[in-house]
Ligand binder design. Sequence first.
Ligand SMILES: C[S@@+](CC[C@H](N)C(=O)[O-])C[C@H]1O[C@@H](n2cnc3c(N)ncnc32)[C@H](O)[C@@H]1O
Length: 403
Amino acid sequence: MVKEEIGGGAAADAIRPPWLHLLSAFLAMEPSDSLISISRDCGGGAITESVQNFIWDQCISRADGKGSAPYIRSFLKKVILEIESAGAVVADELYEQFAFNMTSLKGDDLAKGDSRIIRKISFLYPYDHVEAQVCQSPRKLIVPLQCSLNMLEGDTGCSIWPSSLFLSEFILSCPELFSMKSCFELGSGVGLVGICLANVKPSKVILTDGDLSTLANLKVNLELNHMSTRFGSSQGILEDPYKVKCLHLPWESALESDLRDLMPDIVLGADVIYDPECIPHLVRVISTLLTTKKSTPLHRGGFKVPNGISGDTLLKNSNASSSDIVNRRYEEFLLASTTQPVAYIASVVRNIDTFNYFLKVAQEANLRVVDITQNVKMLDFLPYMLSYQRSSVRLLGIYHSFH
Ligand SMILES: C[S@@+](CC[C@H](N)C(=O)[O-])C[C@H]1O[C@@H](n2cnc3c(N)ncnc32)[C@H](O)[C@@H]1O
C-alpha cells in the first residue's frame, strides 16, 4: 500500500521525497508535465498502482483550492494517457473523477468565470538545515496565494514571478539578515516575499504596489495567510500594532518627504526592472529610501565583514582577477550593509538594454549595484518546482555611495 511505501504513515507530515515533491507540485499547480515526471520518479520509472493511489488519496481527493477543477481535469487527462500508453491499468477513481470533471466543467467555463486560482507554495526546508538548527524549525512553510491565470492582470502583479520565488528562498536561507529589521518591498504583487519576510521575525514589514487591484489581491493573500494588515497611502501610514502594512505606492508620484519618513533598514524588490519608462522613477524611489542614513550602525547578523577591512583597503587592492573584483565588490556591499540601508533586488534579465539602462540610471543616482548572486547562501526550498529556473534570476545588492 502507498501508506507503507511513503514512509510509515499516511499523515501528510510523514510524506517523504519524492512523494512530498509530487504533493507539493500538485498544490503549487505546477504544469502537468512536471507532475508526470515526478510521478514517474515515485514509481521508479512508471506510474504504478501505488503512485496512482497517492495521486488520488493525497492530491485529487483533497483538493480544495479555488479554481482547481480545470487544472485537475488537464492533469488527469495527461496522466491517464500516460498510463494507458505504457499499457498499464488506470485506477477506477482517476477515470471516474475525469469523467465527472468532463461533464461538470464546460469548455468555456474559464472564459466566462473567475480566472483566479489558489496556488499553495510549499517551501521545503532541506533536512540538514533543519537538523542544524537547535530550535525546532518547521519542516515546511506552505503559503497559499490567490493568483490570476492572466499574467497581465493587475499590471502583472497578480501572478507569481520567478524573482519572488528566488527572493523568498534567499530570505528563508538567511533569516538572520532580516530579523529585527524594518523591511520595505516595492512592487509586492501577490505578496509571497512579504509573507516569507513575516516568517523571519522582522521588526516591521511594509509591502507596496502601484496597482490598486494588485493591492486588493495582496490583502486577500495576507488574510489567507492569517496576517493582519492595514492599508495606508504614501501620504500617511497609521501607526498600528500590526507588523505587516500595505501601501499604495506608484513610483511616479511617491513624494520624497513621505519616503524619507519610512526609513527602512532593507528595501526589497522582485521583478520590478522591466519597463524602461518606470526605471527613472523606480531608481529615484530606491535612492531616496537608501539615502536615509541612520546615526547608529546597523548590525546585521550573518554578514561577516573580514577583519580589518575598510572601504579604502578594499578599493586599493590592485592586480585583482575578475573573481577578486566580484568578491571585493561583495565585501564592499557587506561593509555598507553594516552602516546604512541596502536593497536586495531580484531580477530576470529579459532585455539586456532595459537592464543596462537601469544600471546607468542607478549609477547617475550614486547607487552602487553589485551582482551578489554567486556570493550569497541559497538553500533549495523548492526542489519540486521544475518550472522554476533559479539560474535565470540575478540578485542585486544596492547601496548609496556617499563619497
Ligand atoms: C512583474 S510584477 C512582480 C510582482 C512580484 N514582485 C513578483 O515577483 O511576483 C511587477 C510589480 O510591480 C508593480 N509595478 C509596476 N510598475 C509600477 C510602478 N510604476 N509603481 C509601483 N508599482 C509598480 C506591478 O503592479 C507589479 O505588482
